[in-house]
Design a protein around this ligand. Structure first.
Ligand code: ADP
Length: 200
């Protein structure tokens, strides 16, 4: 899916929240999207991988990304990076993916909001450091790492909203896509998007 195929939140939004947490900002609404499906299909500058500390391409979305990018080449590059502490990010090529790069970020094991925030923030910082303009996130830590989905979504949405509003680099960002795979996350993000990205 190219970015022009993926509606922005501003184009999509229908139901107003009762109590939005943030003010209406139409410019921001045009920079965020929800995508339902497989993250390896998204043609963005960088997809984010929910990696492990050793960057081994173990299971879950990590394995799916390694398989789609081409296991061998990606594993070789990951090996040169010498692991990745929790809450930080490292970047590799995208190889056979439609995405140009993969930003490997390591979320917490269990409900650790500061570490989850750091994971999202470090991915966004790395994207802008490399002058990339679009990024797609999976729901980091909500699989094997066991972060409760709704709490994780609140951290993800708040972190992206605050980063887009406050980073001096965010002016160059064209799109942040939240890639939702499970049914649970679809329901949660449809409910929470208007809280963090209200419109009128
Ligand atoms: P973690 O170890 O960080 O918990 P997982 O890969 O186990 O990572 O799960 C993270 C999230 O990725 C889960 O919400 C899962 O539904 C989602 N996921 C699994 N496969 C894909 C995929 N192909 N594209 C996008 N998201 C995916």
């Amino acid at each position: 899916s190219t970015l022009s195929d993926i509606q922005t939140w501003g184009q999509f939004a229908r139901t107003r929240p009762q109590r939005p947490e943030f003010r209406v900002n139409h410019e921001l609404n045009e920079k965020v999207s929800i995508f339902v499906g497989d993250i390896t299909a998204i043609e963005v500058d960088a997809i984010v991988n929910a990696a492990d500390n050793e960057l081994t391409g173990g299971g879950g979305v990590d394995a799916v990304i390694h398989n789609a990018a081409g296991k061998h080449m990606l594993r070789l590059e990951c090996r040169t990076l010498n692991s990745c502490p929790t809450g930080t990010s490292k970047i590799t090529g995208g190889y056979k993916l439609p995405a140009k790069y993969i930003i490997h970020t390591v979320g917490p094991k269990g409900q650790q909001p500061d570490q989850l925030r750091d994971a999202y923030q470090s991915a966004l910082d790395l994207m802008s450091e490399r002058q990339l303009k679009s990024i797609a996130f999976p729901c980091i830590s909500t699989g094997v790492y066991g972060y409760p989905n709704e709490e994780a979504a609140n951290v993800a949405l708040r972190t992206v909203r605050l980063w887009l509003e406050s980073s001096p680099h965010s002016i160059h960002i064209e799109r942040v896509v939240f890639c939702l795979f499970g049914e649970k996350d679809r329901e949660i993000y449809n409910r929470l998007m208007p809280v963090y990205f209200p419109y009128n």
